[in-house]
Design a protein around this ligand. Structure first.
Ligand code: AMP
Length: 647
């Protein structure tokens, strides 16, 4: 008997669960499902988004519906159209082997008459946003006077959005004997008031600590001057090549401005805010879900209820006014057991807010430094090397290989690697060598003040430390906290001896004081992790190109030292315009940029560009000196289709 069978679910649901690939129930499912199936009860469930809530109420409601009765028996209220559609889809998936169940989504921005028609055909379950539901009730288009179940999903968000009146009105038209199940991440006074007014002896279940952030999210802050906020955002994106993020701004105007700047600088970004039409918002969300957009710049209101899996980072470009909102923001990542990072770009005057948030989320922030230009180059290069290693060869290229081989036949493997890697490196170094250091560490006294207040460990942030590269990362299920613990244990070092741990997908960086360097190199280079040898090297992020004390080139495992990289050797990388791959950055400007490994792919211009061929290392044509270089695309997560241009 698997764990889902033990919950008392019907055969048809178990079959659907098998199709969905859910192996074990999540905590909220384990707690809620048996209770809801066994009893006719009210319930308050405190659970963050992404914990499997939809199935926790969806499975029981499906099982309890009388399929032979065409009346509306269950109403699910959710804060946004997005979420409403998601829940409807999930319920449809869960009930696919349950004959005769009809689920209808009811939300604003779509034809009310069509929705009314769908309901008339017999919808046992209605999933609705409060505003449209109220509208339908007022027009007599829906009858919820006989429902048995009412579910309030993301109740705190619905109330945050000002739906209190609507919810109260809607609930007032439902029968008293129904069961109400209220799901909420937090329990502010208004939610408690609804509970009191409309529920009888609800069973309360809590998943994780009340009001605490998800354990799968780690929190970091970067201290910068206010004028460097945007530059910091770009560097954070560049130093996380696989970033898939929601960037939160405080106002619609800032949201639009930041998104526009990012697009102008070549990132694949888009804005999501209330001034966009519904169709525009849908388009943006579709592209985001399809991962054609890597950075979704959003206001809090517009981003409510976004349920997109695998968001790697939430970036607080500006902190929210209400600390509670931080919880909602960071809950967009670290979902369904995945790890995520919530980043705050903060100025000195806002530093106090960090401590207040720490108290609310009961988790510590790690203070990080905005990576230097050279650090970003290093990260990009290592990322590129990893991607080269992982890229599956498409045998379509076999036809071209003899020609390519003849062009490259005089190069040794080492030369070839250097040249390939230089394509990327040249572009990044050319950009970043002109930029200044923008990290703005808290001064000793500010730091002490913070540390004394919150008891956070004080870490060595000055330049005297040794920085290492190690070939394990988030792919090996590490986040910065678990990697720090692993290193401390493996190296038998103290609590604060390992610091500035930065975890990327296939590799990571960390620091120790120089006195531990020999020990780190000696021990770590002889350790295996699940049968794979760990490789640690000293990384030099000081912009030097010096050699490390072992005489080896620093900078990673691909064999090309940094010292050799910035030469402007011609590259051989074919461009991939029109190929539909890549997807890191969008392109509004028609002038081609140098492409690195693959350059741009442009879904509109089907014909390859002239300079495509086999050389692309040409100077950039648009006034690009102040712009970040484009990231390599063909070694990115290549199945991502590109976003169409919006010229
Ligand atoms: P939710 O909190 O309902 O928004 O769920 C978050 C995500 O987790 C959704 O993509 C669900 O399909 C997925 N999910 C829900 N329950 C499980 C489970 N038991 N095992 C694996 N994934 C699940």
């Amino acid at each position: 008997m698997n764990k889902f069978e033990q919950l008392g679910l019907s055969e048809s649901l178990l079959k659907a669960i098998l199709d969905l690939g859910f192996e074990n129930p999540t905590e909220v499912q384990e707690k809620a499902i048996p209770l809801l199936l066994e009893k006719d009860t009210d319930m308050v469930a405190l659970a963050q988004t992404g914990t499997g809530k939809t199935a926790a109420f969806g499975f029981p409601v499906i099982q309890k519906i009388d399929v032979n009765n065409r009346n509306t028996q269950a109403l699910i209220l959710s804060p946004t159209r997005e979420l409403c559609l998601q829940i409807t889809n999930e319920i449809k998936n869960y009930s696919k082997y349950e004959k005769g169940i009809n689920v209808v989504a009811v939300y604003g921005g779509a034809s009310i008459t069509e929705q009314a028609r769908d309901i008339k055909r017999g919808a046992q379950i209605i999933v609705a946003t409060p505003g449209r539901m109220q509208d339908m009730i007022n027009r007599g288009l829906v009858n919820i006077s006989q429902i048995n179940y009412c579910i309030l999903d993301e109740a705190d968000e619905m109330l945050n959005m000002g739906f209190y009146e609507d919810i109260v009105n809607i609930l007032s038209t439902t029968p008293d004997e129904k069961n109400t199940w209220l799901f909420s991440a937090t329990m502010p006074a208004e939610v408690a008031r609804i509970g009191k007014q409309f529920m009888t002896d609800p069973i309360e279940i809590t998943v994780g600590a009340k009001n605490s952030g998800s354990a799968t999210v780690s929190h970091e802050f970067y201290l910068v001057n206010a004028r460097d906020r945007y530059e910091a955002l770009k560097r954070l994106a560049d130093s996380n090549p696989d970033i898939f993020s929601v960037v939160f701004c405080r106002t619609k105007r800032d949201t639009q401005a930041v998104a526009e700047k990012l697009v102008e600088d070549g990132y694949s970004a888009a804005a999501l805010h209330g001034d966009l039409s519904q169709a525009q918002r849908d388009g943006v969300m579709k592209s985001f879900r399809g991962r054609q957009i890597q950075m979704l710049v959003a206001t809090d209101v517009a981003a409510r209820g976004i349920d997109v899996d695998n968001i790697t980072h939430v970036v607080n470009y500006q902190l929210p006014d209400e600390i509670e909102t931080y919880n909602h923001r960071s809950g967009r990542t670290g979902r369904a057991g995945k790890l995520g990072t919530s980043i705050v770009i903060v100025t000195k005057s806002e530093l106090r807010k960090i401590s207040s948030i720490e108290r609310i989320i009961k988790q510590k922030f790690e203070e990080k430094t905005i990576p230097s230009g050279i650090e970003i180059c290093e990260i990009q290069l290592l990322h590129l090397a990893t991607k080269i290693k992982d890229t599956e060869v498409d045998h379509e290229i076999d036809t071209y290989l003899p020609a390519i081989n003849s062009v490259l036949e005089d190069l040794s493997k080492e030369e070839l690697i250097k040249k390939m890697v230089s394509v990327e490196f040249n572009r990044f170094i050319n950009y970043y060598k002109k930029t200044r250091d923008i990290s703005n560490q808290a001064s000793g006294s500010e730091r002490r003040e913070r540390d004394d207040r919150d008891g956070a460990p004080r870490e060595n942030n000055n330049g005297g430390a040794t920085r290492y590269f190690v070939n394990i990362g988030s792919r090996d299920n590490f986040d910065w906290m678990s990697l720090k613990d692993y290193l401390k244990e493996t190296l038998d070092l103290g609590r604060d001896d390992v610091f500035k741990v930065d975890v990327k997908e296939g590799f990571s960086f960390f620091n120790t004081d120089p006195e531990h360097t020999d020990k780190v190199m000696e021990i770590l280079n002889n350790v295996q992790l699940e049968g794979r040898r760990i490789n640690v090297e000293i990384s030099k992020n000081d912009g030097g190109g010096r050699r490390d004390h072992n005489g080896r080139s620093s900078g990673g495992s691909f064999g090309g030292g940094r010292s050799s990289a910035p030469r402007r050797e011609g590259s051989f990388a074919p461009r991939r315009e029109g190929s539909g791959g890549g997807g890191f950055r969008s392109d509004r400007n028609s002038a081609p940029r140098e492409g690195g490994f693959g350059g741009r792919s442009d879904s509109r211009s089907a014909a390859p560009r002239r300079e495509g061929g086999f050389s692309s290392d040409r100077p950039r044509t648009e006034g690009s000196s102040d712009r970040a270089p484009r990231r390599s695309e063909s070694f990115g997560d290549s199945p991502r289709p590109r976003r169409p241009r919006r010229d």
